[in-house]
Design a binder for this molecule. Structure first.
Ligand code: GLU
Length: 486
């Protein structure tokens, strides 16, 4: 016999109506990049189909409880703009509901109490291992009579296991098409732990049903849980939702995306100065694409274009270099007012202060080159600080060269005389001086740049000098002559 869900022939092209989806993370203290992709696809699918996007906190594993994790998660999702349509459902607040459902399964003989001690289970596994048998619960408590089980439950600690029928379970996945598992290879899953908390499988199915979830969109690592869920749906007499399992995310070396190989916490990307829009744009492309392989999406365009039907089956590589490039693209296009607003927390953190209008001018000179918001302070600090730090190599190689002292002395006099200290006038006078003295412009531009900014590269030289102002420019030139060259 096999347990088969009726086939939706054109699952990939059908219209999705009254969509209700959920993101159901277990709070670990941070939002994993893979979790963000799941949340995003659920969100986009809901919004594209004018449905609802809900949040459920799956916190029934008390051994993994992390203080403040839920608040942090909600905050990070909000920062990403993935706000849910209703208050989050918190599983640890719903224990009675799960217990009722476990009772129902016990009553209908779809589940049984297991009184095996951890030691016995350990022994069992060791023996199976030694005999090279599959590690599987040996059904030791399956045939205890109901009366005996009731009686023992008053005396002993127990778990509850669901019965897995030894039959083929077939279901259709929107992304993976037909998927088959055989019940004989699946353990009788624990659905209620001895501490009275349900396990993932039970709570997940009960809540998906009670929350009216129409589509379960989650990572491929949950694919092997799905047959167990389908059995539970059948035991409860409920119609299962449609499933879509998203392919894995990998590191560039094709290993599973994990903390060991760099940052996987969305919070780390936020701290480094990635924009939520760029992060979402990049993440959206890890498993989904448009027909024309569009890379950059305007706001709302992802919602308009996203379909599960265009999600692929193969794993995607999480490439931080491409993400960095994309962030730069977004930063370059951002209106300067917004860019400045977003950069201010990073500027403050670096201990820098300035008037906002001045900041805007500094940032706009560097906008082309900024790839991360956290780059901003180090790119503009020479505008804001009085004491700038000179690179030793540049001082030795450029400023201490013969003739440079004279050039700088002359240039400071030239600049002194400029009435209207604009980039155009500064450039014209600098070039005039070069010509009059038979000097290549680079012989002047390079030392002047280092003198006024402390660095060898940066924004357009004359715009930079204009923004710095006459007084500061001349003071810097004089300081360099007096303190660094002599
Ligand atoms: N709590 C699971 C997780 O952490 C949810 C999996 C599912 O969506 O069913 O990803």
């Amino acid at each position: 016999m096999s347990l088969t869900i009726p086939k939706h022939k054109n699952l990939r092209t059908q219209e999705h109506k009254n969509v209700v989806v959920r993101f159901a993370p277990s709070p670990t203290g941070y939002l994993h990049i893979g979790g963000l992709r799941t949340a995003l696809y659920n969100y986009l699918f809901a919004k594209h189909n004018k449905g609802k996007f809900l949040l459920r906190i799956e916190d029934t594993d008390r051994t993994r409880y992390v203080e403040g994790a839920v608040e942090k998660l909600v905050e990070t999702l909000k920062w990403c703009g993935l706000e849910c349509d209703e208050n989050p459902v918190i599983q640890s607040e719903r224990l009675d509901i799960y217990k009722e459902h476990v009772e129902q399964l016990l009553k209908n003989d779809h589940a049984y109490r297991c009184f095996c001690t951890p030691e016995r289970l350990d022994e069992m596994r060791k023996t199976q291992s030694a005999k090279k048998q599959p590690l599987k619960y040996d059904s030791h408590c399956k045939n205890i009579s109901k009366e005996e089980s009731e009686k023992l439950s008053k005396e002993k600690s127990f778990t509850v296991r669901m019965k897995i029928p030894p039959e083929e379970i077939i279901f259709n996945d929107i992304i993976r098409d037909e998927v088959k598992f055989h019940g004989s290879l699946i353990d009788d899953q624990i659905i209620l732990k001895s501490d009275g908390y349900p396990t993932y499988h039970l709570a997940n199915v009960v809540d998906d049903h009670l929350m009216g979830i129409t589509h379960v969109i989650r990572g491929e690592e949950w694919l092997s849980s799905t047959p167990k869920h389908i059995i539970l749906y059948r035991y409860f007499g409920w119609e299962p939702p449609k499933f879509a399992h998203l392919p894995l995310l990998l590191n560039p070396d094709k290993s599973k995306l994990s903390k060991r190989q760099g940052d996987v916490a969305v919070e780390d990307y936020r701290e480094k100065g990635y924009l939520p829009s760029a992060l979402l744009n990049y993440i959206a492309l890890l498993g989904w694409s448009t027909e024309d392989s569009q890379q950059i999406f305007e706001s709302n365009e992802l919602i308009e274009k996203f379909t599960l039907e265009r999600c692929g089956k193969s794993a995607s590589i999480f490439d931080t270099q491409k993400l960095l490039w994309m962030n730069g693209e977004y930063l370059r296009k951002m209106p300067i007012d917004e860019l400045t607003d977003r950069a201010i927390p990073f500027i403050n953190k670096a201990g820098l202060k300035a008037d906002i209008e001045f900041l805007k001018k500094c940032i706009s000179l560097e906008q082309e080159k900024i790839k991360l918001l956290s780059d901003v302070p180090k790119r503009i600090d020479f505008f804001l600080k009085n004491d700038i730090i000179y690179d030793d190599k540049a001082v030795a190689k450029v400023l201490r060269k013969d003739g440079v002292e004279k050039i700088l002395t002359d240039i400071s006099k030239v600049y002194e005389k400029i009435g209207n200290f604009t980039a155009d006038n500064i450039e014209a006078e600098t070039r005039k001086y070069a010509e009059a003295n038979g000097l290549k412009t680079s012989k002047i531009f390079h030392p002047v740049r280092i003198t006024v900014s402390g660095r060898t590269e940066g924004p357009s030289l004359f715009h930079m000098i204009e923004l710095l102002g006459k007084e500061k420019t001349i003071t810097r030139i004089k300081n360099v002559i007096n303190k660094l060259i002599c």
